[in-house]
Design a protein around this ligand. Structure first.
Ligand code: C5P
Length: 290
C-alpha cells in the first residue's frame, strides 16, 4: 500500500501569540503540492523501516523519526491486530526544510497503517493522536488525506477549509541549509503580530493582492540564523515570480507564477545557475469549492 506524503507550504504564517507552555499561536494559510515523499507499507515477519531517495542519507531510521513514532502510536490503539510491517520511505523532499517533511511522512504512515491494519480509527481520532506527535501533524494528516487548502490556527490543530483557492504553479527552492524549527521559534522576538484575515478570493488577481498583504512572521527569525535566505527570495523575484516567500520555519522558499510555462522556464534557468539546490516545479491542490 502506497501513500503520498505531500509537501506542505505555508502561503502565509502569522504569529499571533504564545501559550503558557511556550508553544506559539499561529494563523497559517496552508496548501499542499501534488508531489512529495512516499510511504509504502507491506507485510513482513518483523518490523522494518527503510529509506531511499535523494535525501535518504540525512534521515534517521530509529525513534527520532516521526514515522516510527507514528507506527508505534497506531499500534498502541490495537496491539493484538497490528502485525509486523515493513515501512519504506521514499525521501524526495529536503529535511528540516519547512515544507512538512517528517510530519507529512508521519501523517501518511498513520493513514496507511489505519487502512493496512483495518483499525477503523476515525479521522478525528487520527487528528488527536497526530497532535501528540507534533503541532504540524493535524494539517499534514489533512494534506495526506485530502490535500485541499486549509487555514490552520491555534498551534496548528484548529483547521478550517478555504474556499475558492485555485491550483497554483509553484517552485520549491532550498539551497541545502537545514533549519531546526525549535531554533527558529527560539530566535523569534515578536509574538503578537496581527491575525491573518481569511482569504476571500474571486480571481487570481485577488489571490496575489491578498498574498501581498500577508507575511511569514518566522522569516526575520530564520534570517538571523540563515541570512542567505534573503538572497534566495531575491533570486526568485528576479526570475519573475509573482509572489515569493519562505515556507514554515524555512529554509525552503516558494515562488508562485500566474503562468505555468513561466514557472517551468524559471525552474530550468535556476537549475542551470544552482545545480546543487533542490528546485522542484509543482502544482498545488485547489479547493473543492471553486
Ligand atoms: O510540535 P513540534 O514538535 O513539531 O514542534 C517543534 C518545536 O517548535 C516545539 O518544541 C516548539 O519549540 C516549536 N513550536 C512552537 N509553536 C508551534 C509549533 C512549534 O513554538 N506552534
Amino acid at each position: 500500500m502506497e501513500w503520498l506524503a505531500p509537501a506542505k507550504i505555508n502561503l502565509a504564517l502569522h504569529v499571533t501569540g504564545q501559550r503558557a507552555d511556550g508553544y506559539h499561536l499561529l494563523d497559517m494559510l496552508v496548501v499542499f503540492a501534488c508531489d512529495g515523499d512516499r510511504i509504502i507499507v507491506s507485510p513482513a515477519d518483523h518490523d522494518s523501516f527503510t529509506v531511499s531517495g535523494r535525501f535518504a542519507a540525512a534521515v534517521p531510521t530509529d525513534e527520532r523519526n516521526l514515522v516510527i513514532r507514528a507506527r508505534d502510536a497506531l499500534r498502541a490503539q490495537a496491539p493484538g491486530t497490528a502485525t509486523p510491517v515493513a515501512i519504506h520511505l521514499e525521501k524526495n523532499l529536503p529535511i528540516a526544510a519547512g515544507i512538512g517533511g517528517g510530519s507529512s511522512d508521519a501523517a501518511a504512515t498513520m493513514l496507511a497503517l489505519n487502512a493496512y491494519w483495518q483499525l477503523g480509527l476515525s479521522f478525528d481520532t487520527l487528528l488527536a493522536i497526530g497532535l501528540t506527535l507534533g503541532a504540524d501533524l493535524p494539517m499534514c494528516l489533512h494534506g495526506a488525506a485530502r490535500g485541499t487548502p486549509v487555514l490552520a490556527r491555534g498551534i496548528g490543530e484548529d483547521l478550517s477549509h478555504v474556499d475558492a483557492l485555485p491550483a497554483l504553479s509553484m517552485l520549491l527552492v532550498n539551497d541545502g541549509t537545514p533549519l531546526a524549527t525549535p531554533d527558529v521559534f527560539r530566535t523569534l522576538n515578536k509574538r503578537d503580530n496581527p491575525a491573518l484575515e481569511p482569504p476571500r478570493l474571486d480571481s487570481t488577481d485577488a489571490l496575489f493582492r491578498y498574498l501581498a498583504n500577508t507575511r511569514n512572521d518566522l522569516l526575520p527569525a530564520a534570517l538571523t540564523i540563515a541570512p542567505h535566505i534573503a538572497d534566495v527570495l531575491a533570486l526568485l523575484r528576479d526570475i519573475g515570480a509573482d509572489h515569493a516567500q519562505m515556507s514554515g520555519s524555512g529554509a525552503t522558499c516558494f515562488a508562485l507564477f500566474r503562468d505555468p510555462q513561466a514557472a517551468r522556464q524559471a525552474a530550468e534557468k535556476l537549475a542551470a545557475q544552482k545545480p546543487d539546490w533542490f528546485i522542484a516545479a509543482t502544482m498545488t491542490i485547489a479547493s473543492d469549492k471553486r
